[in-house]
Design a binder for this molecule. Structure first.
Ligand SMILES: Cc1cc2nc3c(=O)[nH]c(=O)nc-3n(C[C@H](O)[C@H](O)[C@H](O)COP(=O)(O)O)c2cc1C
Length: 169
């Protein structure tokens, strides 16, 4: 897809078909994440790919929306704070890195016709337990990955006038 078309076509998919995600498509999505830039190239993240089939009820503990387990796959991005670049004023860029990686992954998925939805409002403890996440990592973001069973709804965004300020010296 052409880039402008891709960023406007991507939307939060909250209904999925059970159709499997081809292995090559999953590989492309994960590769896109791998090529994302991160502060000082530290790459302070790990990705966990979960097959939902047969584990729907348990996975629902992580996020209760029924659509979470409708897709054949769920991807979790774990942050690794100990690997992240930290500025002199102690500001860690770990979460920023995670968001860039996830955006690459999600746009790559949209480019292949796959649906995703960023999920931050999940149960941290359930995610740790079910996915076996060690203490040095932090589950930061989830998305289902599968073919959409719903259409793009009109999107609302603030105007550029609201969002942008120009400074001219
Ligand atoms: C960091 C982040 C966290 C989000 N967490 C959730 C979530 O927990 N549950 C949910 O249904 N949607 C979640 N969303 C999706 C947003 O609500 C959605 O992206 C926004 O309303 C814009 O809609 P669009 O994605 O269709 O363009 C999240 C999005 C972002 C970027």
């Amino acid at each position: 897809m052409e880039f402008t078309q891709l960023i406007t076509a991507r939307y939060s998919v909250r209904a999925y078909k059970p159709d499997p995600v081809p292995v090559e498509a999953l590989a492309q999505v994960l590769e896109a994440a791998r090529w994302a830039p991160t502060a000082a190239n530290r790459q302070p993240f790990r990705l966990i790919v979960v097959c939902t089939a047969g584990h729907e009820e348990a996975l629902q503990r992580i996020y209760s929306g029924r659509w979470f387990t409708q897709a054949p796959l769920i991807i979790c991005l774990c942050a690794v704070p100990g690997e992240a670049w930290v500025r002199e004023d102690r500001r860690s860029y770990c979460d920023v890195d995670g968001a860039i990686v996830f955006d690459h992954l999600i746009l790559a998925a949209a480019n292949l016709g796959l649906g995703t939805c960023w999920i931050a409002k999940f149960d941290q403890q359930a995610a740790r337990e079910l996915l076996g996440v060690p203490p040095e990592m932090e589950p930061l973001l989830f998305t289902p990955l599968g073919y959409p069973a719903e259409e793009l709804r009109p999107k609302k965004r603030r105007s550029l006038a609201d969002l942008v300020r120009y400074v001219q010296w």
